[in-house]
Ligand binder design. Sequence first.
Ligand SMILES: Cc1ncc(COP(=O)(O)O)c(C=O)c1O
Length: 435
Amino acid sequence: MSETLAIYGGTPAVDVTKVVNWPPVDKTDEKMVLDALYAQVQTYGKHNMAFGEEFAKWNGNQYALFTNSGTAALHMCLVGCGIGAGDHVLVTAYSWSSSATCILHHDAIPIFVDIDPETFLMDPDKIEEAITPRTKAIIVVQLHGLCNDMDKINAIARKHNLKVIEDACQAHGALYKGRKAGTLGDCAAFSFNQNKCLSCGEGGMFVTNDEEIYKGGAKLWSFGETARPDERRDYHAYALGWMYRNNELTAAFGRAQLSKYDFYFNTLRENGEYLLKNLAGTPDLLLPYEPEYATHNWYNFNLRIDFDKMHITDPEEQIAFRDAVAAALRDEGIRASVWQRFILPEMTVFAAKNAYGMGYPWSIPGADEGVDYSLEKFPNALAYSRKHISIVQTLRAPNGLDIAEQVRQGISKVFNNLDKIDPERIRKILEDRMK
Ligand SMILES: Cc1ncc(COP(=O)(O)O)c(C=O)c1O
């Protein structure tokens, strides 16, 4: 293999013609989707019902409702848990925007908690200091497909009478002490968008074992009505509702993908473990950490550049160098990306408190008390946002160990040549390609 980096004209480490794109489709998907297509019922149909039931059975939940996004399912969780205007909800400082904007969707206030530098998840030891008299719930994001320390978090929640909502949007099949994500709190949300380990293009699942939470959350699903996917509608708004339903074609695609999920999960596990084992000792590369209690699903396989060891301390310099490394990895044929470059409190909707305009919902009397989004409170999240690179999709099934080995070679090649990473030169190369 050429040691010249592909971004400088060398041969890429990964033969991308051999990499199968995500999500893989076959006759199972075709048959199921065609069945939905010709059923002449495109909403409120059997595939919506069946996907909910099959997902609930597979994941170990009593109730599941298929939605049009993970964000919709998160909103349903909040309402199911009785969260309302001006309440405080704790959430990690580093995640997808809607892990926290879902709180604003019901006029409640996000309170951010810094992350643990090794797991990249909300630091359970920082939860208690973030609790205010208005705190009603904790959203635990099982980020990148890794579960947080749920025994610890559930004990804190019990002590302070808080509900626990799992944002399991990235955590299909991930385990905590052998139990599946989405069964570890009061209720949970999954996403099935394009990039997720279980994908049907777009979609989500609201799951719980609690009948009251289910009924409360489910009212949002279809205009405040209460009919399930297979029931006759009465067109009566019993509560404030949204339009969070999904359609039959998408449900059918989701069912077909779910039927293959255990293969997807096991393949990605093997590929992730292969990288962990075979990249150990690579210079200036920090590998992800899988705590003993957890089984990662490797939704994102996260690399970090060891800037301490490299003595690169300036944040701007770190970002420029990291972006150049990510570009070099991409040219090696690896789907490498910077998953989120902003931490949540940095995002304008929170920093400017401009959700609905006029400062609402922070302007609700008393709601802003104890709310502090100063960035210095989140040093671990900030540091992580500057040094990480996520490997996505290339490691997904049916791509197996042969592809994982090529990915390993690409990562080794780039990290063994970090002295040749010239951010300015790489920036110019990328710019020239755009011309
Ligand atoms: C952690 C997390 N939460 C929430 C979401 C929202 O899911 P969706 O895009 O289906 O609304 C996503 C994905 O986009 C996510 O990664």
